[in-house]
Design a binder for this molecule. Structure first.
Ligand SMILES: C[S@@+](CC[C@H](N)C(=O)[O-])C[C@H]1O[C@@H](n2cnc3c(N)ncnc32)[C@H](O)[C@@H]1O
Length: 299
C-alpha cells in the first residue's frame, strides 16, 4: 500500500490540498482521517479500513445515507438544486466540490439551451403544441423553471414526468401547484421500461445514463426512443472524463458508497446516439464541461 508520502506527484494528493477538500477532511476524526487518506490515494474501496471510513461517512452524512440506499435517487440533488440547508459538517463539503456544482450547472445549462431548441422545433414542425416526456425526471425542476421563466412556452408545452420514485414526483407536483403550472405537467409513477406513452416530440434523459457503460446506454436509448414521434428528438446527458480527472475526491467518496460513474470519452455520446439509431445534431455542456447534453434526432 502506498503511504501519502510515497506519492508526491499524485494528482489525488494535490486534490486534498484544495480548500473544499479541507472542509471534508476537517470533519473526520484523526483515526478516520489517516485511514481515509491512505485508502483514497490507493483508490481502495474494498479493504477493512475503507469499510470503516464508509461506515463513519454514513453515520455523519445524511446525503451519503440517501445515496447508499439508492444511488439513482433524485433526493440527493434536492440539496443542490434548492440550496437545501445542510447541517452536517461533513455534508458541507458537497456543494463546494466541483462535481456537485456541475449538477447545479447542468440544470442551468438546460434552462439556457432548451427554450431555444423547443422554439426551433415547434417552428420547424409548425405545431401548436409540443409534448415532452422527462424520463427519470425526479421533481423535474429544470422544466418547471423553464416554463416559469419563458411565458411564451407556457401555453404550448406539456411535460410528462416519468419516474418510479413517487416522493420525487410529489415534490414536483407540489412545486407545480404552488406556481400555478398544473395544467402543463403530468406526473406518472413508472419505470421507463413499462411506460406506454407514445408520440412525444422530445424525450429528456437527464442524469440517467451517467453510471452506465456505452453498451447499456445504447440499450436504454433504444428503449426510450419508442416514445418519440417520427423525427422527434432526444436529449440525454452523460458524464465526461474531465469530471473524474478534476474532482477525484468526490468521485472516490461516491465510489465508496457504491455510486460509480462511467465517464465518457469526448466522442462517445455521439457514438451512443448513432448506435441507438439516432442522428446527433448538437450538444451543450455545464460550465465545467463535466456533463454533456447531446441532442439527437431519431431516424
Ligand atoms: C440522478 S436522478 C436524476 C433526476 C433528474 N432527471 C435530474 O436531472 O435532476 C435519476 C432519476 O432516475 C429515476 N429512475 C431510476 N430508475 C428508473 C427507471 N427504471 N425508469 C425511470 N426513472 C428511473 C430515479 O428515481 C431518479 O429520480
Amino acid at each position: 500500500m502506498l503511504d501519502m508520502s510515497d506519492a508526491p506527484n499524485d494528482p489525488r494528493k494535490a486534490s486534498l490540498q484544495k480548500p473544499e477538500a479541507q472542509i471534508f477532511l476537517s470533519s473526520l476524526t484523526p483515526d478516520i482521517l489517516a485511514k481515509f487518506k491512505t485508502c483514497y490515494v490507493n483508490a481502495d474501496v474494498q479493504s477493512a479500513h475503507a469499510k470503516e471510513v464508509l461506515s463513519y461517512i454514513l453515520k455523519n452524512s445524511p446525503i451519503m445515507q440517501i445515496v447508499s440506499k439508492d444511488t439513482t435517487s433524485a433526493h440527493t440533488f434536492e440539496y443542490l438544486y434548492l440550496r437545501k440547508d445542510i447541517e452536517s459538517p461533513l455534508d458541507k463539503y458537497f456543494p463546494n466540490g466541483r462535481a456537485a456544482q456541475a449538477i447545479y450547472q447542468r440544470l442551468h445549462a438546460l434552462k439556457l439551451n432548451l427554450p431555444a431548441i423547443i422554439r426551433g422545433e415547434r417552428e420547424k414542425n409548425n405545431s401548436a403544441s409540443y409534448k415532452i416526456v422527462n424520463i427519470g425526471s425526479g421533481p423535474s425542476h429544470e422544466m418547471i423553471e423553464i416554463l416559469l421563466e419563458n411565458p411564451d412556452l407556457k401555453d404550448k408545452v406539456h411535460i410528462t414526468c416519468v419516474d418510479p420514485d413517487r416522493e420525487a414526483l410529489i415534490i414536483g407536483a407540489q412545486r407545480v401547484a404552488r406556481l400555478n403550472l398544473e395544467s402543463h405537467f403530468s406526473f406518472v409513477p413508472a419505470k421507463y421500461q413499462t411506460f406506454d406513452g407514445r408520440g412525444y416530440d422530445m424525450v429528456l434523459l437527464i442524469g440517467i445514463l451517467c453510471p452506465l457503460n456505452v453498451r447499456l446506454c445504447v440499450r436504454v436509448m433504444k428503449n426510450v426512443k419508442r416514445c418519440l414521434r417520427p423525427g422527434g428528438i432526444i436529449i440525454f446527458s452523460t458524464v465526461q472524463n474531465i469530471m473524474g480527472q478534476e474532482d477525484p475526491l468526490t468521485d472516490y467518496i461516491m465510489r465508496l458508497t457504491g455510486w460509480n460513474m462511467d465517464y465518457k470519452e469526448d466522442h462517445e455520446p455521439y457514438a451512443i446516439a448513432r448506435a441507438a439509431g439516432c442522428e446527433p445534431i448538437g450538444r451543450f455542456f455545464d460550465e465545467y464541461g463535466y456533463n454533456c447534453m447531446t441532442v439527437a434526432r431519431i431516424k
